[in-house]
Design a protein around this ligand. Structure first.
Ligand SMILES: [Zn+2]
Ligand SMILES: [Zn+2]
Length: 251
């Protein structure tokens, strides 16, 4: 489900951070990532919307229940002008497998990673080449989108989690393997199912050539992009320091 209309104005996009990890449910988040402090930090940064999105691996539905049980009451008890979504960074961990697949349970923001190839339980392509990974990732995203369970795809398309040097290199052969037509097709499919695309620094700074293609084709198609910094530290909640670089690369 879309949380908002399409936003192509970078200043406007920077008013949200829809990818934030917390200390209680993401082992990788710093101890300072306390829910109330995250909300206060977002307030000070002048953000309109944030989402907490802790990691959930495979079919760990219990982890999702604990997140909801903990943070929905905490959010409801807080006085703040920031719209706070209690979501999760769920896993589309193979071409036909994703968290929440066999349950009606849902969060307020089902953000799915489909390319955490560094996780040991993650499905890997038979052919471990840039094209093999791109095809595997494509199938996983298509299956996930068609399920209707996904609100947004986290750090989509990028090779950053593939631990193979010939694939994760400055030429970015994995994202380069997507043709404009294929990109257009999957963006249209996502639009049909109201799935948003995260546009994080990992893409914009990490793979600027692809980021520009994604943004331009997305604008033609009418895709909805979201900003999320994948914050594991409080200092990464404010999005302001990305405004100029995003403008330079995307516009
Ligand atoms: Zn991730
Ligand atoms: Zn994350």
């Amino acid at each position: 489900m879309y949380l908002h209309e399409a936003i192509y104005d970078i200043d406007e996009l920077m008013r949200e951070n829809l990818h934030i990890h917390t200390n209680l449910f993401s082992g990788c988040a710093k101890p300072e990532m306390v829910f109330a402090d995250i909300v206060r930090t977002a307030e000070k940064a002048g953000l309109a919307r944030i989402a907490v999105t802790d990691h959930v691996q495979e079919y760990d539905v219990e982890h999702v229940r604990n997140i909801l049980k903990t943070y929905i009451p905490a959010r409801d008890a807080m006085q703040t002008d920031v719209k706070v979504y209690v979501g999760a960074e769920l896993s589309a961990f193979d071409t036909d497998k994703f968290t929440l697949q066999h349950t009606d349970l849902t969060t307020e923001f089902n953000l799915y990673a489909a390319n955490h190839y560094h996780v040991s339980s993650w499905g890997q392509p038979a052919e471990r080449t840039a094209v093999g990974y791109k095809e595997h990732n494509k199938k996983a995203m298509e299956f996930l989108i068609r399920s209707g369970k996904c609100d947004c795809i986290a750090h989509p398309f990028v090779d950053s989690y593939v631990k193979i040097d010939e694939i994760r290199n400055p030429e970015h052969p994995m994202t380069a393997a997507w043709t404009d037509n294929e990109l257009g097709d999957i963006l249209c499919l996502a639009k049909e199912y109201a799935v948003m695309w995260e546009l994080p620094p990992k893409i914009v700074e990490g793979d600027p050539v692809f980021a520009k293609r994604l943004f331009n084709i997305g604008k033609e198609v009418g895709s909805v992009f979201t900003m999320g910094t994948d914050a594991h530290w409080l200092v990464n909640i404010d999005t302001a320091r990305f405004t100029e670089i995003y403008k330079k690369i995307l516009t």
